[in-house]
Design a protein around this ligand. Structure first.
Ligand code: PLP
Length: 417
């Protein structure tokens, strides 16, 4: 069983809290970069391979800038995500825009940036043409429906709202071809937090077969297949990370067998890029003993929603007490007036005391990003441990002023009842 570690020990974290009060998110640049290189190495056989970081996982431009330096593009699904990509200097086909139920102004911005447009539905061909014009390169998102088995989080593809059916793909590419579109891509995203390497190899297989069929039936040439994101991370200490080399090699074999030479393989992973390299650092505010033991933190769902939202497991350690017996069974709670505001239920921890630091692991994706302000709770700062050991703030914590920024208190004074 691998032991989950935070890159800073108890003493270093305590020192950090003198400058940055808890709770905060901490990311590790060195580990993020090493992991980015491992993903690229697994696909080094494919000269056109590119990973488009799924911005939604951790929409912080400082992290995006790091990833850009590693050669990653961005997978965006909203106007602000496109704007973040633009802000860090990504442009053109370094960006893929995969959206759902998309408003015209988002397509307009994506087309203006020269991003690859990945359409979610056949009706969007006309919608895009009318609002922004059809670009030279267009990609469709495929939903294989019953042709591909489900994944625990994303569910059965036929029940997912995303993408084109197989028949719609044939019809859609024909329409594009007849309208003069010259360059084509094919995308799918059928897994989320999947730890089985073969799942991704099968996904590539599905797309390779389809590219062959579409090309011969319609006489069009595909530039790339995008097998989506969805690579899982070992949230539980007994789980193992996906063997990226096995994924890359498995896909390479299929690629060669199919006789492709110039087809690019693309991915748009989010979770596996930053997830394991981010920690939510918090402090014990209260201990409570009623029918159960409770450890109350100064963090809450505003900082990390996954446990409350999905019952997701996040490993928790108490810095400085890692080697003590884990005999204190408790619920680790946040301060929302919601009974599901718990980071863990019946978790065996070392006997933590009020004032102790608590580290919640694997919070680097869908952590800060999913935060919300229910109950007037504020989102925490994000810090980055640089490769030289320095820690820099890459997003400040929200303040009450931020929370009230959309309210007009002057108007309230004039508002008579
Ligand atoms: C279209 C699309 N691409 C990529 C991703 C990234 O997935 P993951 O973070 O699981 O790698 C998502 C996640 O929701 C998505 O919806």
């Amino acid at each position: 069983m691998s032991e989950k570690k935070c890159p800073l020990n108890c003493e270093q974290l305590e020192k950090l809290t003198e400058k940055f009060p808890t709770p905060f998110h901490l990311y590790d640049e060195k580990a993020i970069r090493a992991n980015a290189r491992a993903l690229k190495a697994a696909f080094a056989w494919n000269p056109g391979f590119k990973e488009y970081f799924a911005v939604k996982a951790t929409p912080n431009p400082y992290l995006m800038k790091l990833l850009k330096a590693e050669g990653f593009g961005a997978d965006c699904s909203s106007l602000p995500e496109l704007m973040l990509s633009e802000a860090i200097g990504l442009s053109g086909e370094e960006i893929i825009f995969t959206s759902n139920d998309t408003p015209a102004y988002e397509y307009e911005k994506a087309v203006k940036l020269g991003a690859i447009i990945n359409l979610d539905d056949i009706t969007h061909i006309q919608f895009l043409e009318q609002c922004a014009g059809l670009p030279e390169l267009v990609c469709f998102r495929y939903n294989p429906g019953p042709l591909k088995g489900g994944n625990a989080i994303i569910g059965h593809p036929e029940e997912a709202k995303y993408g084109f059916t197989r028949a719609q793909l044939f019809e859609g590419y024909r329409i594009l071809r007849d309208k003069g579109v010259k360059r084509f891509g094919l995308h799918t995203m059928v897994a989320s937090n999947e730890l089985d390497a073969t799942y991704f190899i099968e996904t590539a297989h599905l797309l390779f077969d389809l590219v062959g069929e579409l090309s011969s039936e319609l006489g069009i040439k595909f530039e790339f297949v995008n097998i989506g994101g969805g690579i899982g991370i070992p949230y539980k200490p007994e789980q193992k990370p996906v063997d990226l080399t096995a994924v890359g090699e498995g896909i390479r074999k299929l690629y060669e067998k199919a006789g492709f030479t110039s087809l690019d393989v693309r991915m748009e992973c989010g979770r596996m890029v930053t997830g394991p390299y981010g920690w939510l650092v918090s402090r014990v505010l209260h201990k409570k003993h009623t029918y159960k033991q409770y450890l109350g933190l100064d963090a809450c769902m505003a900082n990390l929603m996954r446990p409350a939202l999905y019952g997701a497991y996040h490993h928790i350690t108490v810095p400085g007490k890692e080697s003590l017996p884990h005999d204190f069974v408790c619920d680790v709670t946040g301060s929302l007036c919601e009974n599901n505001d718990k980071f863990a239920i019946n978790r065996a921890l070392p006997a933590a005391e009020i004032g102790d630091l608590v580290v919640i692991h694997d919070a680097g994706a869908h952590g800060h990003a999913m935060g919300f302000n229910y109950n007037g709770k504020l989102r925490s700062a994000e810090l980055l441990l640089r490769e030289n050991g320095e820690v820099v703030q890459i997003r400040r914590a929200e303040t009450v002023k931020d929370y009230f920024a959309t309210l007009d208190f002057e108007g309230l004074n004039k508002f008579t009842v």
